[in-house]
Design a protein around this ligand. Sequence first.
Ligand code: GLU
Length: 309
Amino acid sequence: MKRYFIGLQSLTQSQLDAWVIQAQIPARSGGKLPDYIPGLAEAQPDWLAVHIRNVNGDIYASGDMTLSFPLMSAVKPFVLLYLLEQLGAERVFDQVGMLPSDRPFNSLAQLRADEGFPRNPMLNSGAIALMSLLPGTDGLSRCENLRQWLNEKADCHLVLDELILESVRSLRNETNIAIAREIADAGYLQASVAVTIDTYNQLCCLAGTVGDLASLGMLLVPFGDRVLPENCRIVKALMTTCGLYESSGSFAVQVGLPTKSGVSGALLSVVPGEGAIACYSPPIDAAGNSVAGLFLLEQLARNLHLSVF
Ligand code: GLU
């Protein structure tokens, strides 16, 4: 009789270890390090770590658990969650839309086509618009407020990676600045362009290990009174439709889990009701998603039947 393995709890450590070894192959052949943030280009292409946690508290980990990396865009779902908790959905969606996009993560053309109203919170434009709503007087205090909230709620240890922040600031990101100006001109920015961009840069440089990223992911698998289940539902829906930028649609078919990537090679998936999968491997594909991370998620989803669809 054929035996079916269903759900995260059916994962075995040896299975995970084997997939982590296999994941090195596509990472080496199909991925590149981003060059527009010099500090990210200094990462080693063979760095790889995965940390999986389920609601029973079981942990499966493979690779180098000590690697610390900046979250980059993997922080975006948590900026959204924080603002939903603080301000409510009505206020948040006055500021940003819910539509997917088939353009790249930093597309100014998409924003212009939408007359300065950011399409969704997973794109740079949407995240930048949301940064302007965060409480605090400057980039540092806004980032610190959110960092403390996340560490407390998710029981993790995010820190601001000062070296990467210096590196981000060393090459002025004209596209992100143009995005912020476009949003401001359309009347959707609630703080100055300078403070908003500084907040965005600092939040992208919040760093931790895959263990920390998995803890953040567990915030979206609600239990107790940490965050409102309704807000988790909104965040997971937008991760599913928009989290991997222009690859979101094909990823929904191939894997089918709410997921968010960062250009550092961070990749976080939530398995609703079950747990969280956090991966880190720096080589990314053309859309900005970790190649080894995508490979691992595909193996996990296919073999353990994790798709939500
Ligand atoms: N800081 C990066 C940028 O704005 C984040 C992008 C990403 O991680 O996808 O370009």
